[in-house]
Design a protein around this ligand. Structure first.
Ligand code: GLN
Length: 483
């Protein structure tokens, strides 16, 4: 097996046996990125110089000792650009490490490259990047999903051992499903958001992409926990997320929400998820039909609340404090031109929508009402979790769609998030794991299975996902790229 296709756990075994050094692993990755990333275009920037220096003195006995990790370009890494895939942050260099970066470093990991995304994490296809279109490694004419499309594509294409992304409305789980890797959105408050450029602060959460469920547990071990610099991070004990892996799941109650098995889902996705349900039964889980009655409102509520929060969060990009500054004669004109020239069309659409739903006269009709429906959506989950331990459904209604397929139709693009958004609104944790393939127009495309867990129940979520992964071959397949 080639070095770059190893999981973190396998790589660490090689480090610890002395079969390979962290510098060699980085050099191997660098060569593969040079030959394959021009096709995938997952990376916006890389910093192998610094990374190799860090690798030379890496302590491989640490939990992630010497493991290179790619970082979505929306998380601050000291001394490096943090572009958010926007012209708006041209020239900006982070003066500090985000808490997740500090924690990765403390665990011995080496952040070495920055991955592409939809501008300011707004999108479901990675096509809203101001710089490049990341391609799906399984079919280079298709989208990798978004917004963390780069983070998903580089892991799936063996251009990274693991990566970090952010998930506001599915941006970790949906691209993981479309690219065929594991993507974990932790519970809101589990991982510090300090140093993550804010999109919608009540929904944003950082989490890992990985090749295996165990690797996600290893990364979560490193990044989870209270951080006094993020007032929404919670002081809940951090267990060892690998502890339950391998334990059998007999007696686990899995809820299947009838509202999530809807017309319009691709038949191959429905079939793969039904197969997964049967497999869980043979592993000893009990399948229970449940109802999440407010599901149909999730997309509408999300696109009101996320845009409202975004319009406030993005007010700071004024041409004065960060990045891009337009030539202008007065201050007002400078604000206007900087924002007009710095932001791309989707970001502007969100700011306008968000400003509208917050404006006087519309606040009650849209923003306030959406907050109330958010509470109802959250209560659906509270009630469901009285009956079941976790919830199973597809991650995305369809496999990877062609690049440009939805670019002219924002509403259709928003529907790509139909199964992932509720977990953010409810604040719970969710994971996507590979669960099969669809053949579409001759292309073999991955399908993702989503499990959603109770708040702070990541350990059990990972246990169930791992049991499924170990009983299936899907995670072993590799996209048709050069070896
Ligand atoms: N696709 C969703 C959006 O465009 C989710 C994005 C995200 O989770 N960052 O808002």
């Amino acid at each position: 097996m080639s070095l770059s296709s190893l999981s973190i756990a396998e790589l660490q075994t090689r480090f610890r046996n002395g079969d390979c050094s962290p510098v060699e692993a980085l050099e191997h990755l660098e060569a593969r990125i040079q030959s394959v990333d021009p096709q995938v275009q997952g990376y916006i920037s890389r910093n192998f110089e610094t990374a190799k220096q860090e690798a030379a003195s890496a302590d491989v006995s640490l939990p992630l000792g010497g493991v290179p990790v790619a970082i979505k370009d929306v998380i601050n890494v000291k001394g490096e650009p943090c572009s958010c895939a926007s012209k708006m942050l041209t020239g900006y260099v982070s003066p500090y490490d985000a808490t997740v970066i500090q924690r990765l470093r403390a665990a011995g990991a080496i952040p070495f490259g920055r991955t592409n995304l939809d501008e300011f994490a707004m999108g479901s296809s990675c096509e809203n990047s101001a710089f490049q279109k990341t391609r799906n490694p399984w079919d280079l004419n298709r989208a990798p999903g978004g917004s963390s499309g780069g983070s998903a594509a580089v892991v799936a294409a063996d251009l990274a051992f693991a990566s970090l992304g952010s998930d506001t409305g599915g941006s970790i789980r949906q691209p993981a499903a479309l690219c065929g890797c594991v993507g974990l959105k932790p519970t809101y408050g589990r991982v510090s958001r300090f140093g993550l450029v804010a999109f919608a602060s009540s929904l944003d959460q950082i989490g890992p992409f990985s090749k295996t469920v165990r690797d996600s547990a290893l990364v979560l071990n490193a990044i989870a926990g209270l951080d006094l610099r993020d007032s929404t991070s919670l002081d809940t004990p951090v267990p060892d997320y690998t502890a339950l892996l391998g334990r059998d799941i007999r007696g686990l109650k899995i809820g299947v929400p009838k509202e999530y098995f809807v017309d319009g889902t691709h038949p191959a996705v429905s079939a793969a998820v039904q197969d997964a349900l049967r497999l869980f039964e043979t592993l000893g889980a009990e399948i229970v039909e449940i109802s999440l009655p407010h599901t149909e409102h999730a997309v509408g509520v999300y696109y009101i609340l996320a845009t409202a929060e975004a319009s406030a969060n993005l007010a700071r990009f004024d041409g004065v404090r960060y990045g891009y500054r337009a030539q202008a004669t007065g201050l007002l004109e400078q604000y206007q031109k900087s924002r007009a020239e710095g932001f791309g069309p989707e970001v502007k659409r969100r700011i306008i929508l968000g400003t509208y739903v917050l404006s006087s006269g519309y606040y009650d009709a849209y923003y306030l009402r959406a907050q109330k429906v958010r509470t109802l959506i959250r209560q659906d989950f509270v009630q469901a979790y009285q009956k079941v331990d976790m919830i199973l459904c597809p991650t995305s209604p369809e496999p990877a769609f062609p690049l440009g397929g939805y670019s002219d139709d924002p509403l259709k693009m928003y529907l790509a998030d139909i199964f992932t958004i509720a977990a953010n609104l409810a604040g719970i944790c969710g994971i996507s794991v590979p669960c099969g393939f669809a053949t579409v127009d001759g292309a073999k495309l991955p399908i993702g299975l989503q499990l959603m867990g109770k708040p702070f129940d990541e350990a059990r979520l990972l246990q169930a996902a791992h049991a499924y992964e170990q009983a299936t071959p899907w995670h072993q397949s590799r996209p048709p790229l050069p070896a």
